[in-house]
Design a protein around this ligand. Sequence first.
Ligand SMILES: [Zn+2]
Ligand SMILES: [Zn+2]
Length: 217
Amino acid sequence: MIGKSKLRRILILGSFLLILSVVSAYPGRNVCDECGWIGLPDSRICEGCQHTLNQCLDCMYTNEVKADYCAKCGMPMAEMRVLGSIDPDLRRELRLGESARADLEIQRLQHLMQTDPENTEEYLFDLAMRHRKIKFYSRESQLWLSFLKRYPYSEKIGRVKLYASDSLRKWSYLMYEQKMFAVAADLLNESLLLNPGNDEARRWLSYTSSAMGKAGS
Ligand SMILES: [Zn+2]
Ligand SMILES: [Zn+2]
């Protein structure tokens, strides 16, 4: 039997996603949720009831109504506006979802990479680390490879090569499981190029080669 609190959580999440899709399509965000006062695009606080109109719930910065991303920390604001209109207890419950949190962080970094090009190296590194945390190995690998291409003289290059080698190896397991042995072998070869000391990758390359031999391809 499904627990009451679990059911509640699922229902809340369902309505959250529904509200989210409505809010992002709804342009009237200058209207105060509390009293209906109508602000200008650069309003920050409701003049009717002093309620904040577009507050970032991550860093608590009070943004202008027109901001799509927090001007202080870069978090996407559509989600924040929805969270802001939900009861604080429910909000805490929703924020427990690590993957939702990771998704917001990823959107934030992608936004910062475009708006603050001077620090792209750092954002790209963080973005790859985020994908590492959520175990999205194919995307993580691509991000590390793009880092290596863009910043071959970075002081982080040693770490990046180790991480890239590791994520390519883990990505290759997924290909191996799906019996895509040739792809798995390519990924493992790439992994070994980046870190010839990756013994785990070397061992898997030999399994993959023998699997390819048996499959006759
Ligand atoms: Zn108001
Ligand atoms: Zn913020």
